[in-house]
Ligand binder design. Structure first.
Ligand code: MAN
Length: 195
């Protein structure tokens, strides 16, 4: 029958008693709702990301999801910017979480700078606090303070365990170099002075 074939009337065989145009319209609605929900989720992700603290002038946004590693003693240490710090045994075995990124802080340091420009130097430096790492037997959850100084490339210079399960990484990165002085990049004392 023409009216059934063209979807104007429900086919008597159809248990729903619904015509094809109605079913099609319902399917289109479902598809549109699903797409709307996907866009809402994506919008939320982007809104959350904008609210996230990427440090002074958002300088760490470009480093998000990047990691840098360094061997020290029995371990390889990994710093994933805005992510986590990890201790990986060189001889194998499971990795130990040394903390998840929590916030930025300013710390005052007084350290050497080697001839090749590696070292924190003296003054106020930006630090990233990583907290709530793997629990330490008879101690706190592991945590790491990552102290930053200007350098030509991302590099972990030094790793210390200041107290049991409380770690510190001295790290060089171009992200904290003062703007407009490319000629001086690589010198650890060139910090973002407006901080
Ligand atoms: C592991 C490492 C060390 C830490 C001890 C604490 O060996 O994570 O850095 O001091 O556990 O038990």
């Amino acid at each position: 029958m023409w009216a059934i074939d063209n979807g104007l009337l429900a086919s008597p065989a159809e248990t729903t008693g619904e015509s094809k145009v109605v079913t099609d319209a319902r399917n289109r609605l479902t598809t549109a709702r699903n797409e709307l929900n996907a866009h809402k989720t994506s919008l939320q992700t982007h809104e959350d990301d904008l609210k996230k603290d990427y440090g002074p002038e958002d300088v760490f946004r470009s480093l998000k999801d990047k990691c840098v590693t360094q061997d020290s003693g029995e371990y390889t240490y990994e710093l994933c910017w805005m992510g986590r710090t990890t201790q990986k045994p060189k001889k194998g075995g499971s990795n130990t979480g040394m903390g998840n990124f929590a916030r930025f802080e300013m710390v005052s340091v007084d350290e050497e700078v080697s001839a090749d420009g590696k070292g924190l130097g003296s003054g106020d430096r930006i630090a990233m606090k990583f907290e709530n790492g793997q629990h330490c037997w008879n101690g706190p959850s592991r945590s790491t303070t990552v102290i930053l100084a200007c350098a030509e490339k991302d590099e972990i210079w030094k790793i210390t365990e200041e107290e049991k399960c409380v770690y510190r990484m001295d790290v060089g990165t171009p992200a904290v170099c003062a703007p407009d002085d490319g000629s001086n990049q690589g010198h650890a004392h060139q910090q973002k002075d407006e901080l």
